[in-house]
Design a protein around this ligand. Sequence first.
Ligand SMILES: C[S@@+](CC[C@H](N)C(=O)[O-])C[C@H]1O[C@@H](n2cnc3c(N)ncnc32)[C@H](O)[C@@H]1O
Length: 258
Amino acid sequence: MPKVHFIGAGPGDPELITVKGARLLGEADLVIYAGSLVDRELVRRYAPTAEVHDSSSLTLEETTGLIAEAMISDWRVVRLHTGDPSIYGAIQEQMAELDRLGIDYAVIPGVTSAFAAAASLKQELTLPEMSQTVILTRMEGRTPVPERESLREIAKTGATLVIYLSVSMIGKVVEELLEGAYALQTPAAVVSRASWPDELIIRGTLADIAGLVTNAGIDRQAVILVGDVLNARTHGLKTTSLLYDKNFSHGCRKGLKG
Ligand SMILES: C[S@@+](CC[C@H](N)C(=O)[O-])C[C@H]1O[C@@H](n2cnc3c(N)ncnc32)[C@H](O)[C@@H]1O
């Protein structure tokens, strides 16, 4: 049983952490949490007695040092990340350090903001004959993005997009998307602080979303969703899925037409 767990805290609502993540937090002696995005209240609620450090002011070496020291005392450690740790979580470098030191660990997934935003929008991201692909991506900022994954390239797919870390550059995002398969009338939505009490949803199209978002003063902690699926609630579905079609047979159900 590893003594160190990387845990996804979910997007904000403390009830969106997994049962396993909450249990491990309750058993932890040391919690290092990403204080820039994870609510301190969530940590207090699930780990009331643990020693707690906010990683936003720590370096990789300092975080690893805290974990290594805890191992000497045979402590249980939780490294708590926002959303799901595998998405823009910078956990690979932390795990590499633990590998180097021979410290065993496990990862407990969390609800990433893309899925929290889809839930807030009451929106399925994959719809038959509209899009069967979801791309989680970002605009290049201080972190470079490989050229083949630039928004301009990704825009060629026409898939449903969920764009992280980019709302402050929304004008540029729109410009790049319009170079590809998306058009001014393509629906877009921005969900700021999905699942938090002050969550804000802006809906529009690529023609007006940048202005709407700027006017609302949203410049961080938001995801941008783009794609025709976002029209489904207002314009209706092109077709329904086969899964619940009365004529369609599958492993769990015999359809009317065998
Ligand atoms: C460093 S990334 C971490 C992503 C996180 N690991 C996840 O799975 O959601 C931070 C970005 O995630 C997005 N984000 C995080 N929490 C969010 C929330 N509650 N609502 C909307 N977007 C959020 C924003 O795009 C933000 O800039």
